[in-house]
Design a protein around this ligand. Structure first.
Ligand code: SF4
Ligand code: SF4
Length: 370
């Protein structure tokens, strides 16, 4: 497997990291543990050496399952990344309490890559600064509990730069793909961090899967035609030298196999100028589509009134790819339709994409009522 290097810290990694946010699940929504463990181990056996989880992925089950997958000698073969649920911090719930719980759940004495999760304006001011989380990170590192310090990010580029400048970070994690080059940290943030010696881990290279199997035909027409859409989207990210690795939240063994093949032929600077221009045109067309930028992460769920928020947006977006009739039939069969929304706005602050959820649900309602 080819390797890439985190600039500042010199750590060598496989270009593909295993994201444990979308592990295979059973009918009851619990993780299919035997299958998930088999998939994670098969990826490690074939060169993956960075695995990423978070305190609340799969309602906390992800860290437990990852610990099982990393038993029998697998822990020593990977860099383990997880994230501090910074939004939880209060006078009673401390950084140290959450970290100790993670070490216990992950059955390890240290975490290699530790991130403050999902930073935005609110969390930066009202949690990180208020509870001195940066000092807590330094202390935990001095105690050998965490090694490399970073943060994951979902807000505007100005804040990203402020955070980069505020601390001696080892790495960071941003959303980046060919339709999000001017969104959140974006290309400007990626390059800004790189100038300071900080390499990025990239999340959402497929925008929650939407760049895999539900690309509108007009966007497809603009993309290079020589590869399938998943490989194209991943190559767009790997082309950037500022990227240390990309995370794929893999749900099937087939995805693991395919992504490993794509990673094995990846390299910084792999695209031609013509291909880069094609991605730029595809992004331009994509942004003219009446789509909601939902990645299906489900951070906004559950809705107290039973709205299946991500399903509503997924079906609304599917009107462009599957046609309004088919999407409408699936919407009619959905139990948590947009009509249930009471506009309480409880979900809005949880959305990593800053979607005005009740307003967008109005559009979903109107679209399917026609
Ligand atoms: S605003 Fe609507 S979708 Fe969001 S939590 Fe309230 S009722 Fe649910
Ligand atoms: S609406 Fe926002 S929080 Fe909810 S699933 Fe979509 S992107 Fe995630």
């Amino acid at each position: 497997m080819v390797k890439r290097t985190f600039q500042k810290i010199g750590v060598e990694v496989c270009p593909l990291g295993f994201g444990c946010m979308r592990l295979p699940v059973r009918a009851d929504k619990k993780i299919d543990r035997p299958e998930a463990i088999r998939m994670i181990r098969s990826a490690i056996d074939r060169g993956v050496n960075y695995v990423d989880t978070a305190y609340y992925y799969h309602d906390g089950e992800s860290e437990e399952v990852l610990a099982q997958a990393l038993a029998d000698g697998y822990r020593e073969r990977v860099y383990l990344a997880t994230k501090m649920p910074i939004y939880d911090l209060t006078q009673d719930v401390t950084f140290e309490m959450r970290l100790e719980h993670q070490l216990e759940r992950l059955n390890t004495d240290h975490i290699d890559f530790y991130l403050l999760h999902c930073l935005n304006h609110d969390l930066w001011q009202n949690k990180v600064k208020k509870f001195d989380a940066l000092e807590s990170m330094k202390k935990a590192r001095a105690e050998g509990k965490i090694q490399y310090l970073g943060f994951s990010f979902h807000d505007d580029c100005a804040l990203f730069k402020e955070i980069i400048d505020a601390f001696d970070w080892d790495f960071c994690q941003i959303q980046f793909n060919y339709v999000d080059t001017d969104y959140q940290a974006g290309l400007e943030g990626l390059q800004y961090a790189a100038q300071k010696g900080i390499s990025c881990v990239v999340m959402e290279p497929l925008r929650g899967g939407r760049l895999a199997d539900s690309i509108p035909p007009l966007v497809k027409n603009e993309l290079p035609q020589n590869k399938n859409h998943v490989e194209l989207a991943l190559d767009f990210v790997w082309d950037r030298p500022e990227v240390a690795l990309l995370l794929s939240g893999m749900s099937t063994q087939q995805q693991v196999d395919d992504n490993l093949t794509y990673a094995s032929r990846s390299a910084a600077g792999m695209l031609t100028e013509e291909e880069r221009a094609a991605f730029a045109r595809a992004a331009e067309v994509y942004h003219t589509m009446p789509l909601v930028a939902c990645t299906g992460c489900r951070y906004c769920m559950p809705c107290p009134f039973g709205v299946s928020i991500s399903d509503c947006f997924s079906l609304y977006n599917a009107t462009v790819t599957r046609g309004k009739k088919k999407a409408g039939e699936a919407y009619a069969a959905l139990t948590g339709r947009a009509e249930l929304c009471r506009k309480c706005r409880q979900c809005v602050s949880a959305c990593a994409q800053h979607i005005d959820i009740p307003a967008e649900l109005e559009k979903v309602k109107a679209c399917f009522a026609e």
